[in-house]
Design a protein around this ligand. Structure first.
Ligand code: AKG
Length: 269
């Protein structure tokens, strides 16, 4: 466990191609990448998966394909976390909740205990999410090894109010699983860096790669520090992005430029 004396975390971000409409293939691939991530000499503390990694954007079949109450995903990830004593931000999956399907992140700690369930609250109309998915109704704050952390999903990063709320709640690191496509690479990079700089926190994004239904996903998963420096960035192929972060830097940056205490919310909220 980390504490105030040890806030360094090794990250492994799994940037993978997802086969739309083929959960069995995607669960098998995710398992292979998880195994590869922990096999490294420098074992990660936290592993991150991308958005909708079980089904991809097979939205017209999503009712049949989504994981009922997330049971298959939760069993697989929880067991993996326990076996390897590692935290996993299980990207997001399509979860069937009985009355509809949500785009939901789970996070599990080193004991295999679920510490976060967050369903995407802003559905992306350009890709018809609003026609097939139910939006969540709560923000994604959680605790990662004693530190305040948060998660948002893909399109959510266009809503700075959400990231600010999570940062005001104390989050020092924000995880962003995504399936973000061409041609908006400059939006992706700029928005992620902006969320890191304005909220003085780490941003860890995990995008997909490959083609699906005429849409091309560009990868470029990124680890950005609270100054906005890019510590690691993938290209457009499948890969595991590895980086080390020190959550103490968020406190240091917040101390040097006291954005939070300088806010004048009465004038603009
Ligand atoms: O906001 C964007 O440009 C992309 C968002 C997106 O692809 C998503 O939320 O799935």
């Amino acid at each position: 466990m980390i504490n105030s004396m040890n806030s360094v975390l090794k990250l492994a971000v799994i940037q993978m191609n997802i086969e739309a409409g083929n959960p069995d293939a995607n669960y098998a691939k995710a398992q292979r990448y998880l195994d590869e991530a922990v096999a490294a000499e420098s074992k990660p503390d936290v592993i991150v998966l991308p958005e909708m990694w079980n089904t991809g954007y097979a939205l017209t079949e999503i009712q049949q394909l989504a994981d009922p109450r997330g049971q298959r995903t939760k069993a697989m990830i929880s067991e993996f976390c326990r076996r390897h004593a590692v935290n996993v931000i299980a990207g997001s999956i399509s979860e069937h909740r009985g009355d509809g399907v949500t785009n939901t992140i789970y996070a599990f700690d080193r004991e295999g205990k679920e510490v976060l369930e967050y369903s995407k609250i802003h559905l992306f109309q350009l890709m018809n999410e609003h026609l097939h998915l139910q939006a969540g109704d709560a923000a994604g704050a959680f605790t990662l090894e004693s530190a305040p952390a948060a998660a948002m999903i893909c399109y959510d990063i266009r809503f700075p109010e959400l990231a600010r709320k999570l940062a005001l709640g104390g989050a020092k690191i924000l995880f962003v699983p995504a399936e973000w496509p061409h041609p908006r690479l400059h939006h992706w990079r700029t928005l992620l860096q902006a969320r890191a700089i304005e909220n003085q926190m780490y941003v860890v994004s995990c995008n997909t790669v490959g083609e699906s239904g005429g849409t091309s996903f560009f990868g470029h998963s990124m680890v950005i520090d609270p100054w906005g420096e890019v510590l690691a960035e993938a290209a457009e192929e499948e890969t595991i992005v590895r980086a080390e972060v020190d959550l103490g830097l968020a406190d240091e940056v917040r101390g040097r430029i006291p954005v939070f205490s300088d806010r004048r919310p009465a004038l603009y909220e």
